[in-house]
Every structure is written in structure tokens, then in C-alpha cells.
Design a protein around this ligand. Structure first.
Ligand code: SAH
Length: 231
């Protein structure tokens, strides 16, 4: 066993201790090399249970939050999942180990490119990436509609509620997990779509995410810097 493997096992043990019970989620995390998704200079923190800066004012999510969100999605291998906020692709990679296909959108082109390259290097063929504004949902591409999705995960925080378009693109019976609230007062929420126009909402845990922002980011523009850690 190499050093990264033993660090990974220690991380999974700490997630279990912190209350993550779903063995499918724990095993997916154990199979994802988080060091691939982290900049060279921060490699020593790859298997710590913390969020780490990935450039452009963004962060790779904290493993505990990734585990908690993945668990809340109640995924299986038939599910088609939409992720908003690819970053460098860590969460998408964890999802891809459990579900059938992941569609993921990132508004920063440089991050989108890094994620795409990571997926290629790791040979992950069930992830489709897009550089665009995830607040508008997954667009029809070459006349092909991918919505509705079985599950939706939003990894950047909306101020009041997730964009209407995302609820619209969720299947009836589907689950969406999304952080909501202003900086310092965010709550991770679970939305279960019960009919075409009703859904049940429940709170999961307090979190701190970077904000969900509209439009594709201008070349090299940084967003407001925030750390994504448990509140
Ligand atoms: N899922 C990532 C977390 C990245 S941080 C991981 O596994 O580490 C959240 C990301 O959401 C940032 O990269 C940010 O640029 C992106 N984001 C914010 N608003 C967005 C939007 N409207 N559409 C797509 N991506 C968005």
C-alpha cells in the first residue's frame, strides 16, 4: 500500500466516525484519488477533510460535505445526475462511481478544462462536461434533451432558493440537494419533487459554499474568495 492509499483509508475512517453510514458512498470516496483534483502546491492537503483552494477564488469541496451530499441523493446505478459547479471535478468523480451518468456544468472555462482533463486521465467515460451557466439547467444540445434528471446536485450556494429551471429539470420523484443562503448563514437543503409543481424541503446541515453566480465567467476573473467548510 502506498502513502496516498493509507491516507485515503484514514480519510474514509474519519468520515465514518463523522456519521457517514452509506457504504456505497464510503467505497466511492475510497476509490477516488482526490490528489488528482488538487493543485500541485496543495498536495499535502489532498486527503485532509478540508476544502482546498483550486484557483479563481474557488475551492474543491470538503470530503465530509461531498459524502453528506452524495448520501442525501440516495443514488443508484440507473440514475442520471446533473451537477452544477464542476470545479476540478472531485464531486462528479465520486458520483460517477455510483450512478449511470453525470452531466456537470462549470462557469469558469479554466476549471472546466482542468476537470475534463482529469476525467480523461482517470478514464471516466460516464461524465459529460459543459462550460456554461448552470442556473439555466442543462441545455438542449444538437436538438438532444437530457432533462429530466433523476437527481440534481448544486455545489454553489443560491441566495434564497435554487433556480426554478433546476427544479423544472428534476424528474417527479427525484431528489435535488443544494446549499441555500447568504454567506455565513447557508443550509444544505434536500428537495424531493412530489409532483410537477410540488416538492418537500428538508434541512441537512449548515455549510459554507462559494456563491452560485450567473453567466459564464469572464476570462481569468476571480470570484469572491470564501472557504467551503462546515459552519
Ligand atoms: N463540485 C466541486 C466544487 C467546486 S466549488 C468539487 O467537487 O470540488 C463550486 C463551483 O461552482 C465553482 O467552480 C464555481 O465556479 C461554480 N459555479 C458557480 N456558479 C455557477 C453556475 N451558475 N454555473 C456553473 N458553475 C457555477
Amino acid at each position: 500500500m502506498n502513502a496516498a492509499d493509507s491516507k485515503k483509508i484514514r480519510l474514509v475512517m474519519s468520515l465514518r466516525k463523522a456519521g457517514i453510514r452509506d457504504t456505497t458512498v464510503l467505497s466511492a470516496i475510497e476509490r477516488v484519488p482526490r490528489d488528482h483534483f488538487i493543485p500541485e502546491a496543495m498536495q499535502d492537503q489532498a486527503y485532509e477533510d478540508i476544502a482546498v483552494p483550486i484557483g479563481l477564488g474557488q475551492t474543491i469541496s470538503q470530503p465530509f460535505v461531498v459524502a453528506k451530499m452524495t448520501e442525501a441523493l440516495e443514488l443508484n446505478d440507473r440514475h442520471k445526475v446533473l451537477e452544477i459547479g464542476t470545479g476540478t471535478g472531485y464531486q462528479a468523480c465520486v458520483l460517477s462511481k455510483i450512478c449511470r451518468r453525470v452531466y456537470t456544468i462549470e462557469r469558469h472555462k479554466p476549471l472546466h478544462d482542468i476537470a475534463e482533463n482529469n476525467f480523461k486521465e482517470l478514464g471516466l467515460r460516464n461524465i459529460t462536461t459543459l462550460c456554461g451557466d448552470g442556473m439555466k439547467g442543462w441545455p438542449k444540445i444538437h436538438g438532444i434533451e437530457q432533462a429530466p434528471f433523476d437527481r440534481i446536485i448544486v455545489t454553489a450556494a443560491a441566495r434564497e432558493k435554487p433556480p426554478e429551471k433546476l427544479i423544472e429539470q428534476l424528474k417527479v420523484g427525484g431528489i435535488m440537494v443544494a446549499p441555500v443562503g447568504e454567506s455565513g448563514k447557508q443550509m444544505l437543503k434536500r428537495y424531493k419533487k412530489e409532483s410537477a409543481d410540488t416538492y418537500a424541503i428538508s434541512d441537512i446541515i449548515p455549510v459554507r459554499f462559494v456563491p452560485l453566480l450567473p453567466d459564464i465567467a469572464k476570462d481569468g476573473a476571480r470570484d469572491e474568495i470564501q472557504e467551503e467548510v462546515m459552519a
